[in-house]
Design a binder for this molecule. Structure first.
Ligand code: FE2
Length: 169
């Protein structure tokens, strides 16, 4: 019993940075979700019929990742942010006022948000590598791959090469 207790203490100490990056991820994914809902409502012009519903799919994907990260955080003994005030206080994604935008400008904003998120996921990969948490590392690898693929698709729609974080384009 004593050995198990000591290992748990050690584990909690070692996982400090993992818990911290997971909570940053929770705050940012929630804020990203709200930003995408805003774009879903505020886009106008050519392409609306395609991209308005597509924002729903991206919100669903964000929700799925958010739930995974949050529940992993709890599994590791942490406490995820769970109020709008906490999300806003801790998120690094800047909120913008609701303003009608072209589809093109809306997609560019999604690319910006997703690029930030992939940089954050890379930080999650680095931290979980250092702290030896393969499970959380796997979550970040999956999330980074999914969001990078979406960045590629959105960039292609805008006639651009994908500008992936941590890579020279
Ligand atoms: Fe809707």
């Amino acid at each position: 019993m004593i050995i198990i207790y000591l290992e748990k203490q050690k584990g909690e100490l070692l996982m400090n940075n993992t818990i911290s990056v997971l909570n940053q991820t929770v705050a940012d994914l929630y804020t990203a979700r709200i930003a995408l809902h805003q774009l879903h409502w505020y886009m106008r012009g050519a392409g609306f019929m395609v991209w308005h519903p597509k924002m729903d799919k991206y919100m669903d994907a964000i929700d799925g990742t958010l739930d995974e990260m949050s529940e992993r955080l709890i599994t590791l003994g942490g406490q995820p942010y769970s109020t709008l005030t906490e999300f806003l206080q801790h998120s690094k994604i800047e909120e913008l006022p609701g303003q009608f935008k072209s589809v093109e400008d809306s997609l560019a904003r999604v690319i910006d948000i997703f690029s930030y998120l992939t940089e954050l996921f890379q930080a999650g990969l680095d931290v979980t590598d250092e702290e030896g948490d393969d499970v959380t590392n796997g979550l970040y690898a999956d999330a980074k791959g999914d969001f990078e693929k979406t960045i590629w698709m959105l960039s292609a729609e805008l006639g651009l090469a994908p500008q992936l974080a941590n890579k020279e384009a």
